[in-house]
Write a new protein. Structure first.
Lengths: 113, 116
């Protein structure tokens, strides 16, 4: 079992739809959770950063963390064609020297006009 | 405020050659991590540098080595290139808050390496 699993997609939705992206993980030591957006042939861009369980909202984006289920989600409201990209979840432990950021394989999203 | 920069943007090498990739961290950051991202995959952690020393290493062979300079910039060196080394190489920088605790990482645009 991979440490972080993510549905690779591709996921196609119409403009204006609510998008739900998910990751599951196996390492209970993970405490920091991030979502990155990566456009084709570009570096990942940080979207959301959360610590431990709970929700965090930033504009059209909401990140949810459920540590009991080892499950994290990213919701995108009112999706736009410009949201078309690959979305990567990443996480790391809280140990001072556990600085390895572990990434999921990414979900490719297409928002159709 | 300059973000993370990397050079070159693209590189073509042949098997057996050696390559050096360069990274300048975001202003104010002191920690640099390197990742390899194969096509259709998430980034895989290679190693992290802090205070000019390798602090942590992922599951990569010794052909992959690095260096961090006093100005926090970093280099990734890969010797004896293999076809399988073809990938996007990403540099990420962060700020160490002390004792190894860090804020999250910010990525550069990457260097796309093709090994023929």
């Amino acid at each position: 079992q991979k440490e972080v699993e993510q549905d690779p997609g591709p996921l196609s939705v119409p403009e204006g739809a609510i998008v739900s992206l998910n990751c599951t993980y196996s390492n209970s030591a993970f405490q920091y959770f991030m979502w990155y957006r990566q456009y084709s042939r570009k570096g990942p861009e940080l979207l959301m950063y959360t610590y431990s369980s709970g929700n965090k909202e930033d504009g059209r984006f909401t990140a949810q963390v459920d540590k009991s289920s080892k499950y994290i989600s990213l919701f995108i409201r009112d999706s736009q064609p410009s949201d078309s990209a690959t979305y990567l979840c990443a996480m790391k432990s809280g140990d001072n020297y556990g600085q390895n950021f572990v990434f999921g394989p990414g979900t490719r999203l297409s928002v159709l006009p | 405020d300059a973000g993370v920069t990397q050079s070159p943007t693209h590189l073509i090498k042949t098997r057996g050659q050696q390559v050096t990739l360069r990274c300048s961290p975001k202003s104010g950051h002191d920690t640099v991590s390197w990742y390899q991202q194969a096509l259709g995959q998430g980034p895989q952690f290679i190693f992290q540098y802090y205070e000019e020393e390798e602090r942590q290493r992922g599951n990569f062979p010794d052909r992959f080595s690095g260096h961090q300079f006093p100005n926090y910039s970093s280099e990734l060196n890969v010797n004896a290139l293999l076809l399988g080394d073809s990938a996007l190489y990403l540099c990420a920088s962060s700020l160490d808050f002390g004792g190894g605790a860090q804020e999250t990482q910010y990525f550069g645009p990457g260097t796309r390496l093709l090994v023929l």
